[in-house]
Design a protein around this ligand. Structure first.
Ligand code: G3P
Ligand code: CA
Length: 263
C-alpha cells in the first residue's frame, strides 16, 4: 500500500496525537506507530514555549505527559527538550507498540520544526493550534513555509491543514495562511457556528463524535463545510460519527477503529 493511501477512503481515520492508545501521545513513537500501520493522517497539538518555540504537546501544563512541571508557556525550549515524554505512559498489554516497564523511556517533546522536517512528504498533518498566543499562527506559518508543506493535493495528502477551538486564533491563522484549509473545532454544529466558520474562511467544521447528528452534518454540508469529528471514546461514538455522514474522525486507536468499521 502506498504510504499516502488510507484503506478508509470514505471515512478517514486520523491518528489522534499519533497512535496514542499504544505509544506516548504527540511523540515520534506515536507518529511512527501510526505510519507503520498505514495511517498517514496524523493529528497533533501545537503551542509556544516561553521563548516562543512551537512545540507539540496537548496540555497547557507539562505535568501529565512529561517529567517536567508547570505551564508550557512558562517553560524554556531548553527545559522542555530536557524532559522525558514517555515514562508516564503505560502500554496496553494487547497493544501493537512496545511493552514492558519504561518501554518508552527515550521519548521527548518534538518541536513543530522537527516534525515538519522528519515527516515532510510522508503524512497528512492535521495541526491543532492549541494555545491562544497572538504570535502562534505567524510562527507556524513561517515553519510550514520554510519546510515546504502545503495543502494536500488529494484527501490522503501529504500536506497540512489547521484547526482550533479558538475562533480568534483561527481567524489570525487563516489570514496568515490563506492557502491552507482550516477547520473550526466545537462541541456541536449550529447554524450560527457554520456562519462563523464561513466568515473566518474555514472549509471545515469539527464537532464532537458523541453529539454529532445526521441533521447537523446536513446543515454543515448545505454550508459547504467538511465535517470530521473528534472525541471518540468507544465503538458507539465511532459508529455514530461514521453514520452521521462525517468525512472522518480523529481516534486514539486507529487500528481497532479500522477493524471495527471493516467488520
Ligand atoms: O481532533 C481534535 C481533538 O484533538 C480536539 O481535542 O483535546 O484532544 O485536542 P483535544
Ligand atoms: Ca488536538
Amino acid at each position: 500500500m502506498s504510504p499516502h493511501t488510507t484503506p478508509d477512503n470514505e471515512f478517514t481515520l486520523i491518528a489522534h496525537r499519533g497512535f496514542s492508545s499504544d505509544a506516548p501521545e504527540n511523540t515520534y513513537d506515536a507518529f511512527d506507530l501510526a505510519i507503520e500501520h498505514g495511517f498517514n493522517n496524523i493529528e497533533t497539538d501545537v503551542q509556544l514555549t516561553a521563548d516562543g518555540v512551537p512545540v507539540l504537546i496537548h496540555d497547557d501544563a507539562l505535568d501529565r505527559t512529561t517529567s517536567g512541571k508547570g505551564p508550557v508557556a512558562a517553560a524554556s525550549i531548553a527545559y522542555v527538550k530536557s524532559l522525558d515524554a514517555g515514562v508516564w505512559f503505560e502500554a496496553p498489554a494487547d497493544g501493537v507498540g512496545r511493552h514492558g516497564p519504561a518501554s518508552y523511556g527515550d521519548s521527548f517533546v518534538p518541536t513543530l520544526e522537527e516534525f515538519l522536517d522528519r515527516y515532510r512528504g510522508r503524512v497528512n498533518l492535521h495541526l491543532e493550534l492549541k494555545s491562544r498566543e497572538q504570535e502562534l499562527s505567524a510562527k507556524v506559518a513561517k515553519l510550514v513555509d520554510e519546510h515546504g508543506w502545503h495543502k494536500p493535493d488529494s484527501p490522503a495528502g501529504p500536506g497540512v491543514s489547521i484547526s482550533s477551538f479558538d475562533a480568534s486564533q483561527l481567524w489570525r491563522s487563516k489570514n496568515t495562511m490563506p492557502h491552507l484549509d482550516h477547520g473550526f473545532l466545537l462541541r456541536r454544529i449550529t447554524a450560527l457556528d457554520c456562519e462563523l466558520a464561513i466568515s473566518i474562511g474555514c472549509s471545515g467544521i469539527y464537532p464532537n463524535a458523541a453529539d454529532v447528528t445526521l441533521e447537523d452534518v446536513q446543515v454543515a454540508k448545505l454550508n459547504r463545510l467538511l465535517v470530521r469529528t473528534w472525541g471518540v471514546r468507544g465503538e458507539a461514538d465511532l459508529r455514530r460519527a461514521k453514520s452521521s455522514g462525517a468525512a472522518g474522525t480523529t481516534v486514539d486507536w486507529p487500528l481497532r477503529a479500522r477493524k471495527l468499521l471493516a467488520g
